[in-house]
Design a protein around this ligand. Structure first.
Ligand code: HEM
Length: 331
């Protein structure tokens, strides 16, 4: 009888062991994860991100986009921060990641250095968690919603450019394509619409939307869903056949605020990418755009829910990760 009990217990433990490692995304995260390990971590990260953002506001959009690109490829494990080596092309060097912001990376690297400079914290806080905190702080610095972050992620053990293929949305995606890529990460259409409001800060390159200005379709060179005045402004900033790839503000109305002006812009035909404007032109998503254009509070609540869900994607624990010494180099 005793042997049976022990056997049953071992079998159960084995099964749990398997389920634990085969569902890393179900790892337990907690807002208090570092409470005893590194109690000042949030203050330290906020200090570094505030300092960097005062030096250049580019860091704000930069960090938020880096978090998104990290989580959609191999989960939120800081794999996007790894630098390539002669024997390995890392995620960072995939074409979809080449325009991630230097200042965004720098904010995370500085935050990691500041955390490790606290003797209580050295070597104890993952780069994946620092990135999540830094994005939260950047959003707050731009006047966006404030929220508690869940923590306890480990850093991933690999980063390859090839793993990025097909994992990130493109600026010409329609609603079905956007929906399916977000669904693959456990995120709903409302989550997609909420997270897209990150395009309320930061910049985009002309090459990412110039098809909407000059060669949209045979009958209509300019995308008819673009506001005519806005299209003219964009043509001015992004002339045809220019020899440099310029940038424009993603939100031309309130570029310094992380707010629901994004949705008002969509209502006015001023979404920069097709993937933005389609959220209004497609009647399936328009009601949500309209309601968040009207209610800043409803938008903020939805955004906090969605970015919290984003932070749970593919989280690594146990043997599947570690805490990197240098966020850009595998240990
Ligand atoms: C819905 C699908 C999305 C598409 C197709 C998309 C596409 C893009 C593109 C093409 C750019 C401009 C890149 C450049 O030209 O340098 C950009 C910028 C940006 N994206 Fe997205 N994005 C999407 C969703 C998101 C999400 C979910 C977030 C964050 C939660 C995000 C945050 C940002 C930020 C902050 C910038 C500005 C970056 C900077 O100023 O350095 N995007 N996005």
């Amino acid at each position: 009888m005793g042997g049976f009990r022990v056997g049953f217990l071992l079998l159960t433990l084995n099964l749990c062991y398997l389920c634990f490692f085969s569902h890393p995304g179900l790892a337990q995260l907690s807002p208090n994860y570092y409470a005893t390990i590194c109690p000042n971590v949030e203050t330290i990260v906020r200090g570094a991100v505030t300092q960097k953002s005062r030096e250049t506001f580019n860091a704000v959009g930069g960090v938020v986009r880096i978090l998104f690109h990290d989580c959609f490829v191999e989960g939120c494990d800081a794999s996007v921060l790894i630098a390539s080596t002669p024997s390995n092309a890392a995620e960072k060097d995939h074409p979809d990641n080449l325009s991630l912001s230097f200042d965004g990376y720098d904010a995370v690297i500085r935050a990691k250095a500041a955390v490790d400079a606290d003797p209580q914290c050295t070597g104890k806080v993952s780069c994946a968690d620092i990135l999540v905190m830094a994005a939260r702080d950047a959003i707050a610095l731009a006047g966006g919603p404030t929220y508690a972050v869940e923590l306890g992620r480990l850093d991933g053990l690999s980063s390859t450019a090839s793993s990025v293929n097909g994992k990130l949305p493109g600026p010409a995606f329609d609603l079905d394509q956007l929906t399916s890529i977000f669904q693959a990460n456990g995120l709903s259409v409302p989550d997609l619409i909420a997270l897209s409001a990150a395009h309320s800060v930061g910049v985009g390159h002309c090459s990412k939307f110039s098809n909407r200005l000059y060669n949209f379709s045979p009958g209509s060179p300019v995308d008819p869903t673009l506001n005519a005045n806005y299209a003219a402004q964009l043509m001015n900033s992004c002339p045809l056949n220019a020899n440099t790839d310029g940038t424009v503000l993603l939100d031309p109305v309130t570029p310094g605020s992380f707010d629901n002006q994004y949705y008002k812009n969509l209502q006015g035909g001023m979404g920069l990418f097709s993937s933005d404007q389609v959220l209004f032109s497609d009647i399936r998503s328009r009601p949500i755009v309209d309601s968040w254009a009207q209610s800043s509070l409803a938008f903020q609540q939805a955004f906090v829910d969605a970015i919290t869900k984003l932070g749970r994607v593919g989280v690594k624990t146990g043997l599947l990760g570690n805490i990197r010494k240098d966020c850009a180099v595998l240990n």
